[in-house]
Design a protein around this ligand. Structure first.
Ligand code: MG
Ligand code: MG
Length: 237
């Protein structure tokens, strides 16, 4: 899983460096494909329930599952990139949100708070903790900053499949759910909206947008519970 995580980390690094005004989300997808092919990995996004690309690219009010296309990113936009890889049968899955050129202070804060919410969730992945401590920590950070967390889409266990039980919601009371044990691996992925938490799905059957049109950010890592605390597989080493 560490190897799969490192492929995802390189996809993130290269795609992040390529995000600028004038680039299309399809060009970002091609960068992801190049990394996967060069490293001899397999995409767990391509073909997933028929998904046509190796990344999800979700600009502005798109929360998750945006399909890469000829859409050009413009100065001031934000875009969430979600992607994964499989190495030797083990999966990695991670997402980030970044600005396109210079962005508003409000958009900067949305991205920063989403990253802080993810970090707060990750810090709960310690032996003996309870799974709902993760969502509680995420929700506390996001709502404490005046934003909302999406309810309909959640994090998940991950291993020999991309999505394994249990669900990892981004909200809820602490101290509930399964006890965390060394060796558990989860994908924690807050989706944070500037406005209300409600979502709707576009006619393409994939793109999930905010119901009120407000912008949304997404951040995700694949993390193991270890004897030394949480280990993030999808950060570059
Ligand atoms: Mg993901
Ligand atoms: Mg995921």
């Amino acid at each position: 899983m560490r190897k799969a995580g490192q492929v995802v980390a390189e996809m993130h690094e290269r795609i992040r460096a390529a995000v600028r005004p004038g680039v299309t989300t399809l060009e970002l997808d091609a960068i992801g494909r190049e990394v996967i092919d060069r490293r001899g990995a397999r995409s767990n996004f391509l073909g997933y329930h028929g998904f046509p690309a190796v990344i999800c690219a979700s600009p502005n009010d798109v929360i998750v599952h945006g399909i890469p296309d000829d859409r050009v990113l413009h100065e001031g936009d934000i875009v969430s990139i979600d992607c994964g890889a499989v190495v030797a049968g083990y999966h990695g899955d991670a997402a980030f949100t970044t600005g396109v050129g210079a962005i508003s202070a409000e958009a900067e804060k949305l991205i920063l708070v989403t990253e802080q919410a993810l970090a707060a969730g990750i810090s709960q992945l310690v032996e003996g903790g309870r799974l709902s401590d993760v969502g509680h920590a995420v929700q506390t950070v996001a709502e404490g900053a005046g934003f909302s967390v999406v309810r309909e889409y959640v994090g998940h266990g991950i291993g020999t499949a991309m999505h394994e039980p249990p669900d990892v919601p981004n909200h809820g009371a602490p101290g509930k759910g399964p006890k965390l044990r060394v060796g558990n691996v989860f994908a924690v992925e807050p989706m944070v909206n500037l406005g209300a938490p409600d979502t709707r799905t576009l006619a393409d059957g994939w793109s999930v947008v905010t119901a009120d049109g407000s912008w949304s950010a997404h951040a995700e890592h694949t993390i193991a519970v270890t004897d030394d605390g949480p280990e993030v597989f999808t950060l570059p080493r």
